[in-house]
Design a protein around this ligand. Structure first.
Ligand code: NAD
Ligand code: MG
Length: 391
């Protein structure tokens, strides 16, 4: 019996790594549904390689173009839909047993929740889901008794070292520090999107690459770890480790520290989660410690990386601060990628939005979505000020 897989965000970096792992094990998996946004040519290629039954392009015009291309390619049996309802349908349809949640940003929340509510096994790459709606999301995971396995490399590493969580003193999330760890701070104002996206160790989508450069990514991961492992901020530490060989660690009360190591390749956590509790080949080469780089560690510099401090503050503030943080960050990162905001002002937009909005934690999803929307509007206002003077 093969397991039916849906990949939300199949045309992205995690989506493609997942397809690479899955296609090494055709005896175990079949691709049932794939989703993308507007990269039609890439989705056509994925359809030719993996023959899904159901494909969603979030953008309607992209769905229309894909239908024509599939017909011309003789792939008439693949159903193509568009829009948010169709994304939720892909994640919850009969025939899908397991869902890789790899859409980037808040757009991933509703389809991932649809998978949870349909009782599918969920592999979670989309950390923004937990940052914006951690409480409600985890409540639904428990309610529907869903198996939720972390794909984010740090959380997957912690999961591998955590056992039943007994005797855990703290977890240590490692962070590479991104491309600007050693740059003079005064040079950061002139950073271009391509420089920010040139991560030293990982090849990732552009939004998470910018988040890694500001270290907001690590901040989002602290909040993600809080929800996944039920630990307060005081028991989650961040350690800079520029080589990205140790993917995270768990320290126990007896002083033991367990670490998970490996070459920086997302196919390892993906294969770990897909095979759990077994193991399977991922295509990742052996780690060569004898000939590899020296492993270094340092404390994060919060002056250089104010976004990390903002995320810790939002977690400690509680309420809906993390929802506001996530929304403002998405607006600021997009503006930076479009050339409308200087790199150091990403933190300023997030800080000003958090300063203006301190909503209580909503007890309904609609409340989360309303706060997300409001925070985006407020962030856009601050953006106009911080981005002024740019082309
Ligand atoms: P990516 O930009 O490469 O891919 C994003 C995917 O989401 C694409 O398939 C895109 O079509 C889809 N998408 C974007 N906007 C959408 C929308 N509005 N509606 C529907 N679909 C939409 O991103 P990525 O690097 O693969 O990251 C995906 C998620 O995984 C992010 O949440 C990221 O934080 C997380 N993650 C990524 C990595 C990594 O190594 N890339 C590691 C850990 C966690
Ligand atoms: Mg990570």
């Amino acid at each position: 019996m093969t397991r039916g897989i849906c990949i939300l965000g199949a045309t992205g970096s995690i989506g493609k790594s997942t397809l690479d792992v899955v296609s090494r094990h055709p005896d175990q998996f079949r691709i049932v549904a794939l989703t993308g946004n507007h990269r039609v040519a890439e989705m056509l290629l994925l359809c030719q390689q993996h023959h899904p039954e159901f494909v969603v392009m979030a953008a309607p015009e992209a769905a229309q173009q894909l239908r024509v291309l599939l017909r011309d390619a003789g792939l008439k049996n693949i159903q193509v839909e568009s829009g948010p309802k169709a994304l939720a349908e892909a994640a919850s349809m009969a025939g899908v047993d397991e869902v890789m949640a790899a859409i980037v940003g808040a757009a991933g929340l509703l389809p991932t929740l649809a998978a949870v509510e349909a009782g599918k096994k969920v592999y979670l790459a989309n950390k923004e889901c937990l940052v914006m709606a951690g409480n409600l999301f985890m409540e639904r995971v428990r309610q529907h008794q869903v198996t939720l396995l972390p794909i984010d490399s740090e959380h997957n590493a912690v999961f591998q070292c955590f056992a039943d969580g007994k005797g855990v003193r703290r977890i240590l999330l490692t962070a590479s520090g991104g491309p600007f760890r050693t740059w003079p701070v005064e040079h950061l104002a002139a950073v271009t999107p391509d420089q920010a996206c040139a991560h030293p160790n990982w090849v990732m989508g552009r939004k998470i690459s910018v988040d890694s450069a500001t270290m907001m990514n690590k901040g989002l991961e602290v909040i993600e770890a809080h929800w996944l492992f039920d630990l307060p901020a005081s028991r989650i530490d961040v350690l800079i480790h520029p080589q990205s060989i140790i993917h995270s660690m768990v320290e126990y009360v007896d002083g033991s520290v367990l670490a998970q190591l490996g070459n920086p390749d997302m196919r390892t956590p993906i294969a770990h989660a897909l095979a759990f509790p077994e193991r399977m080949e991922s295509g990742v080469s052996s780690l060569d410690l004898a000939h590899g780089p020296d492993l270094q560690f340092e404390e994060p510099d919060l002056q250089r990386f104010p976004c990390l401090a903002l995320a810790f503050d939002a977690l400690q503030a509680g309420g809906a601060a993390a929802t506001v943080l996530n929304a403002a960050n998405e607006i600021a990162v997009q503006a930076f990628l479009e050339g409308n905001l200087p790199f150091p002002r990403i933190a300023a937009v997030v800080e000003d939005t958090l300063g203006e909005l301190q909503p209580a934690a909503p007890d309904h999803l609609d409340g989360v979505l309303a706060i997300d929307q409001l925070a985006r509007e407020v962030a856009l206002r601050h953006l106009a000020r911080h981005g002024s003077g740019m082309q």
